[in-house]
Design a protein around this ligand. Structure first.
Ligand SMILES: C[S@@+](CC[C@H](N)C(=O)[O-])C[C@H]1O[C@@H](n2cnc3c(N)ncnc32)[C@H](O)[C@@H]1O
Ligand SMILES: Nc1nc2[nH]cc(C(=O)O)c2c(=O)[nH]1
Ligand code: SF4
Ligand SMILES: [Mg+2]
Length: 239
């Protein structure tokens, strides 16, 4: 069985973002990403300069670690990264499901895989202009298609007015996808930092700004949520 590049496995913690915010989970963070978002808060799982901190793990070894962390009690595992979709997580998902574990995955929607249909939830997070990346919508729609009947939601990070207008346009294009808006964290940690310092006032005022924008526009479709784990633990890694 081929090994996967894994930047970190941690938990149990709560899912801090989006549709299942507050729900207990264990994170499996894949190493490597096809994007370089200017404000990425997980550069230690993106930049190949950090690859010496990543591990090569088989699906069986990953599941063993997930079972240790979760005390053998099944829950929904969160696959994140980096972009987990550039690797093959099918063997892990099938091993885990046989043990009662479910798998949610966070990806930007740039790479589609047949095994998306084995997930319990797909969270697509297309990147707004402030990221410096450009979305390939054909690929994004391929991700939607391969998810099939799997519950799929969209999460858009908003840093400024341009991102906000972009999110509105994307929402009009995909009216059936439940939408979560997340204010950008302007103080992502340097990848090797182990302190938790955040600009709490800044985060809260940007959250208020985003709420005021949407409600002022009578845009009532999205759910607007901050990164709960950042509010609780700051920018610490592994929470
Ligand atoms: C680190 S990414 C990994 C998964 C995948 N590459 C993606 O971007 O969806 C997980 C989530 O964190 C969000 N994110 C990354 N940096 C952020 C920041 N500085 N502020 C708010 N959200 C951020 C991403 O948009 C994505 O929704
Ligand atoms: N608690 C917690 N919730 C999260 N939701 C998405 C995360 C991510 O980095 O993908 C994340 C994370 O790193 N921690
Ligand atoms: S796509 Fe996700 S992991 Fe990759 S650089 Fe952007 S936010 Fe970071
Ligand atoms: Mg994160």
């Amino acid at each position: 069985m081929s090994a996967l590049r894994i930047a970190e496995i941690f938990g149990p913690t709560i899912q801090g973002e989006g549709a299942v915010i507050g729900v207990p989970t264990v994170f499996v963070r894949a190493g490597g990403c096809d994007y370089r978002c200017s404000w990425c808060d997980s550069l230690h799982a993106v930049d190949s300069a950090y690859r010496h901190d990543w591990s090569r793990m088989t699906a069986a070894a990953i599941l063993t670690r997930v079972e240790e962390l979760s005390g053998g009690v099944p829950l929904t595992v969160s696959l994140s990264g980096g972009n987990p979709a550039i690797q093959n997580f099918a063997p892990l998902i099938s091993l885990g499901k046989a043990r009662g574990y479910g798998f949610a995955m966070e990806t930007q929607g740039s790479v589609a895989q047949d095994w998306f249909s084995a997930l319990s939830m797909l969270i697509l997070s297309p990147k707004p202009p402030s990221s410096g990346e450009t979305v390939d919508w054909a690929r994004f729609e391929d991700c939607l298609a391969r998810a099939g009947q799997v519950q799929t939601v969209m999460k858009i990070v908003v840093f400024d007015d341009v991102d906000y207008a972009w999110a509105r346009a994307v929402a009009r294009r995909y009216p059936d996808l439940p939408l979560y808006l997340q204010p950008g964290n302007h103080t992502p940690p340097p990848p090797d930092a182990d302190d938790a310092e955040i600009d709490l006032d800044g985060i809260m005022s940007r959250y208020q700004w985003l709420i005021d924008k949407a409600l002022g526009d009578r845009w009532y479709d999205p759910t607007i949520l901050p990164q709960l784990h950042v509010l609780v633990w700051g920018n610490k890694r592994g929470v």
